[in-house]
Design a protein around this ligand. Structure first.
Ligand SMILES: *Cc1c(COP(=O)(O)O)cnc(C)c1O
Length: 360
């Protein structure tokens, strides 16, 4: 067996300890005589798995009792519709558009009401986060929406926008559990887990109780109402049971490591190694305004498309895979999520140095 350093933006690297444990439990989960994949989601054994996962997540993030935790399907993209369907009571929402994912969410919301683009960084290919300290928030906005970490462009909100008292909704798919978070600042925090937490197929939604109502847009399907899933504790229908089980293992892995403070320290150390190199390199350049740089997704270029392609190919051959930038931006992108070991980043930088010398 040989494992590569996987810099994919998602689905992405998972902790090796978690994968090994799952492999050991594959045929017989804790004496049940079956795999978690084969288990009824209504069984006692599974109930313990999903309840423990929720409990551990609540502990890790310090989620207050007046927030519900949901394990749903449909990916982050389904939330682009579910959010306006459930929250647009006045049919007005304000969107801060800092990348493709925020833009998609904005476009989807426009189908259900008046979505206002109150700020954007599209003028400079989403390479920065706009000043959000005094935006023209609509008086009747049902919520203000952000994508907190922009997976494709490598920017992150270091400070949350001033929503002037309106409910904040955040897509945290690519920075979920990467650092401590004050849940009380948000109405909804949600994310697909395939970036930083688990296998594709699960989306986690953390929602403040008062936002869970029957007062949704007419025609909203039962499956797309938060209340359906809150009332049934994520077991209205068959949940993505195996995926939730793996998420639960990743929560334990983070807890064992010391929690989100420690995770943040580790992520800052890793990101610094790469950004320091990019700032000193004559060949490679980071593409993001330094103050807005993400700890998770690090895009960079050589300035020469052929050289970019040569780098990606040689890196792949050397065991550093999925470094090609998003198809809409080109260049390279190293995603260095929680489960990427520091050693992986150090070795990548060594490889980049060598490539720079050879191609000077
Ligand atoms: C990957 C990603 C999405 C889309 O996730 P799906 O689960 O594929 O729908 C949305 N938002 C962000 C920030 C992402 O990184």
């Amino acid at each position: 067996m040989s494992r590569v350093y996987n810099f994919s933006a998602g689905p992405a690297v998972l902790p090796e300890e978690v994968l090994k444990e799952a492999a050991e439990e594959m045929l017989d989960y804790k004496g049940s005589g079956m795999s978690v994949m084969e288990m009824s989601h209504r069984s006692k054994v599974y109930d313990n798995i999903i309840k423990t996962a929720e409990k551990d997540l609540r502990e890790l993030m310090g989620i207050p009792d007046n927030y519900k935790v949901l394990f749903l399907q449909g990916g982050a993209s389904q939330q682009f519709a579910m959010i306006p369907m459930n929250l647009m009571k006045n049919k007005v929402a304000d969107y801060i558009v800092t990348g493709q994912w925020a833009k998609k969410a904005f476009q989807e919301a426009s189908k259900y009401g008046k979505a206002n683009k109150i700020a954007s960084s599209e003028d400079k290919t989403f390479s920065y986060i706009p000043d959000c300290s005094d935006l023209p928030i609509s008086d009747d906005a049902d919520y203000v929406y952000i994508c907190e970490n922009n997976t494709i462009y490598g920017t992150k909100f270091k400070e949350l926008p001033n929503t002037k008292g309106k409910t904040l909704v955040a897509d945290v798919s690519s920075c979920f559990l990467s650092e401590p978070v004050d849940v009380t600042k948000y109405g909804i925090i949600y994310g697909g887990v395939q970036k930083n937490i688990g296998p594709a197929g699960v989306v986690i939604v953390i929602i403040r109780e008062d936002l869970v109502t029957e007062d949704v847009l007419p025609g909203t399907p039962t499956m797309l109402q938060y209340k359906t899933h809150v009332d049934a504790e994520s077991l209205y229908n068959t949940p993505p049971a195996y995926g939730i089980y793996i998420c639960g293992k990743v929560f334990k892995w983070i807890k064992d490591m010391g929690g989100l403070e420690v995770m943040k320290q580790k992520n800052e150390e890793k990101a610094k190694i790469l950004y320091d190199f990019l700032d000193s390199s004559k060949l490679f350049k980071g593409t993001v305004l330094p103050k807005d740089r993400s700890l998770m997704n690090v895009p960079f270029v050589t300035g020469n498309e052929e050289l970019d392609a040569k780098f990606v190919k040689e890196a792949t051959d050397a065991g550093f895979v999925n470094l090609k930038g998003h198809r809409t931006v080109g260049g390279m992108r190293a995603s260095i999520y929680n489960a990427m070991p520091k050693e992986g980043v150090e070795k990548l930088v060594e490889f980049m140095k060598k490539f720079e010398e050879e191609n000077a």
